[in-house]
Design a protein around this ligand. Structure first.
Ligand code: FES
Length: 119
């Protein structure tokens, strides 16, 4: 059985092209949706989990600067593409990142991994 791993977020034009926006995907089949931070930098979209791995606070409350986002609660800064902690890349847990694309004018995010799709 084929399963589309991409979740539609709506028209690309609905998302701001500067800074970032928070977006919660809908619950599906009783499974809770995913809280995301969506960022556009240049021509590229990025999607991260809206949860700071340091203490679980909403990372989307912070500020973006270039390819980084800084959590306002304790000041940790993360790379929006890799999710890695800028100051402690080896010591601290990265933010979860997701593939994101534009398809038919809509933003779509891939919340599942390849292994799940192929099983
Ligand atoms: S919760 Fe984000 S830096 Fe502590």
């Amino acid at each position: 059985m084929s399963h589309n791993p991409w979740t539609d977020l709506g028209p690309e034009s609905d998302f701001p092209t500067t800074g970032h926006t928070c977006f919660d995907t809908p619950d599906v089949d009783g499974a809770r949706g995913t809280a995301l931070v969506i960022v556009k930098n240049g021509d590229t979209w990025y999607a991260l989990e809206n949860r700071c791995p340091h203490a679980g606070r909403p990372l989307g409350d912070g500020e973006c600067a270039g390819l980084t986002i800084t959590c306002p609660y304790h000041g940790y800064t993360y790379h929006i593409k890799t999710g890695k902690n800028i100051d402690f890349p080896e010591e601290e847990t990265p933010v979860k990142t997701f593939s994101i694309r534009v398809e038919g004018g809509n933003l779509q995010v891939r919340l599942t991994n390849d292994e799940a799709e192929n099983s």
